[in-house]
Design a protein around this ligand. Structure first.
Ligand SMILES: [Zn+2]
Length: 302
């Protein structure tokens, strides 16, 4: 379904997929994964690259699961890093709140970028030309990459087979959800034959995926508090995948140390950390996202 020059390295949920384009003139990697898994990322890329050089690393957007390993990949392969124009101010100042790093209990290694990619730019990757398209919503500066002749879209977190990257509540939340909606409409109007997502395997049933996501957006638009609760569950699941496990009795203390939980409880829930911890634990255990063993909480994937 994909040209042989496009190698999709599908990862788990802490890491975004890596897409390695091996072209006649340039080898390009899209997205570098999470910082603590960078050794695996480098090994997977090196296996496919062989003796060839890596000419650049490009990010679809700058969240920790896509750029946390940028610095390590750059050290390993000596390649320049290109990031979306909209992310440049956040990376320059290393804005750990806007990048959802310390703010959300995530980690990433600081890096410097060498060039920016603007919406409308054309990138040569794997012997094909890719048009960069703005994909705001989950991340207002995100980009997608579109090859018209092959009708292939690299969607980042704008569209997965069953879902899309979370959109935060709070100031501007309606605009962010509207942007996510319009990005999905953009994808529909492109009419891709195949989507290479930031998470999960490439897929072809694109209309069904878009319809599913639009339904989620409609549900979130109706209830900001519901959206806020969903975000806390996603962020806690993600952080658990990062740390591996957490002593159940310390969950409330953990929540108290992370600004996101403090802020959301103050704004929407007014439960206090003990009760917030109890409810988040119950919700995640019920949905099967976490399990408790010997007094410790593990992500179900572990
Ligand atoms: Zn992601």
């Amino acid at each position: 379904m994909l040209p042989t020059s496009i190698n999709v390295i599908v990862r788990d949920w802490l890491n975004a997929n890596h897409i390695l384009f091996l072209g006649p003139e340039e080898n390009v990697l899209v997205d570098a994964g999470y910082v603590t898994h960078a050794d695996t990322t480098i090994r997977l890329v090196r296996e496919r690259l062989g003796d060839r050089p890596l000419h650049r690393l490009v990010n679809t957007h700058c969240h920790s699961d896509h750029m946390g390993g940028n610095a390590a990949v750059q050290r390993a392969f000596g390649c320049p890093i290109w990031i979306p124009e909209g992310e440049a101010p956040l990376i320059e100042t290393w804005d750990t709140r806007a990048l959802w790093i310390d703010y959300a209990g995530q980690r990433a290694e600081r890096f410097r970028f060498d060039a920016i990619v603007r919406p409308g730019d054309t990138l040569a990757m794997g012997g094909y030309d890719w048009k960069s398209i703005a994909a705001p919503g989950h991340d207002m500066g995100a980009l997608m990459f579109w090859n018209e002749p092959e009708r292939i879209l690299v969607s980042g977190d704008a569209l997965w087979q069953r879902g899309f990257g979370i959109v935060l509540p709070g100031e501007g939340w309606r605009e962010r959800l509207a942007a996510a909606r319009s990005t999905l409409e953009t994808i529909r109007s492109l009419g891709p034959r195949i989507v290479i997502p930031g998470h999960g395997a490439p897929f072809t049933e694109i209309d069904a995926s878009i319809d599913f996501c639009l339904g989620r957006i409609t549900a979130f638009e109706a209830d900001e508090t519901k959206l806020a609760r969903y975000i806390l569950k996603v962020m806690l699941s993600f952080a658990l995948m990062d740390v591996g496990s957490l002593e159940a009795a310390t969950l409330a203390d953990y929540l108290a140390t992370i600004p996101l939980y403090r802020e959301y409880d103050r704004t929407w829930f007014h439960l206090g950390y003990e009760e917030l911890a109890r409810q988040l634990f119950d919700d995640l255990a019920r949905s099967g996202a976490i399990v408790k063993r010997d007094g410790r909480i593990f992500p179900a994937a572990a």
